[in-house]
Write a new protein. Sequence first.
Length: 528
Amino acid sequence: MVRAGSLAKLADAQQTLTVPVPAPRGTIFDRNSVELAANEDSITISADPKLVRSPANEARRAAAVLGLDLQDKAALLEKLADRKSRFTYVARQVPLAKAKKLERMKLAGFFFTIEPKRVYPLGPLAAQTIGFAGVDNRGLTGLELAYEKSLLGRDGEKTVVRDPAGREIDMKSTTYEKPGADLTLTIDSVIQQYVQQVLAQARKTWQARSASAVVLDPRSGAVLAMATAPSYDANSTSQTALPLQLNRSVTDAYEPGSTFKLVTVAGALSEGLVSPQTSFTLPYSIMVSDKRIHDSHPRGTEQMSVTKILTVSSNVGVATIATQLLGSERLDRWIKRFGFGEKTGIDFPGESQGIVLPLDQWYGSAAGTIPIGQGIAVTPLQLAAAYAAIANKGVWLQPHLVSQIGVKPAPAPKRRRVVTSTVAAQLMAMLSNVVAEGTGTEAEIPGYSVAGKTGTAGKPDPRTGGYLAGKYVASFVGAVPASNPRLVILVTVDEPSTIWGGSVAAPAFREIALDCLRYLEVPPDRAS
């Protein structure tokens, strides 16, 4: 005979508990369905404090297995001792071996469930672009953060009945989880790998602080690769300093130097003020307000066409076009027309809009320095998009990183015409001349025509308003093949041991471009 009192005690001892069932995040793929961010099963350990017999003992044993420090051990003890709570996490995403060891101890009130853990199969590949998710599977940086709502999914839950020992004896109800949507990127993991290898080598060769690159498809605005060296392994973020996690092509602005001269020349051509053949008599240096502007290498007074001015990257020539013909007001309009001073709208968090002084603050020599890329700051992405517009017959396309969300295509990128197709063709011809016989000869690729521009820019010193001694950013941006551009590639090298963009960044551009052209099976467009 079973007494009613015993039955009541048994019923009271049984515990009904609702526990979450985490939803897996959506997988992130490159454009060829290579997994860049995925999920793997891990063990999450939780506890029901009401079933914990000895909080101090169980906290001590769990801390020993899990390797918790004194602070985390004290926090665990506090949670296990809270008898008002029915659920608390002990540890999430625990390695299988440790979880199994703890499970064998049969600690009262401890439960072990499978939970998806975010992993990055290719480690450092595109880490600064993809970003990473935290231990709670929430996106913290990069595309993981930008597309959090799509990737996250919806957690489920289950209500279970457990006996006095904590064993599950019945399930009352289940709400199934909804996995997050997958993302398909425009990034090509093969091209990304090429870029990262070249940047790492360039940084080592030139003993540089860092090096960055952007690879765009000018026909669509798709970002095929985006990287900064040094990089980091997205699977080991706790050991990575914050500066290494930044996608500097999007978040950082720098003085572009001579690569910006394209904007000044494009404005003068578009306004009908010059043609590629218009000639100027140019001394080695000129005064603009209180500043003397001179060319990079001493020379006598020369007669130069607009084409030659761009080919040899004459500061005096471009400043003359700007101050004598174009004027600050019109130049300011062209700077904005190309998109400088505002965000491109790329689907990535933390984008910088760069620094463009309002026209009413163009004091002193600004009318001569801004046209040559000094006193203005742009992001690598902004500049690459501007050159891509010229390569795309004058039409600017919004750069983007995601092509598909779940089964739906991502929103179409914005587009606008910047210059006429005629002006774009003139600029491409002049940029081709830069590589053929000007400052960019080290970007030449056998069998392919290349159009591009070198840049060497000082680094501003915010303390003095001048420039940091011996600190430069060397860059090269170009389109290939110039006759029918498939790629626009921008390379920047920060604080190299040799300052000139033609010597430092152009060879890196050449290596990236050659690898990509072979991989994409783009046929040569000229005799070797």
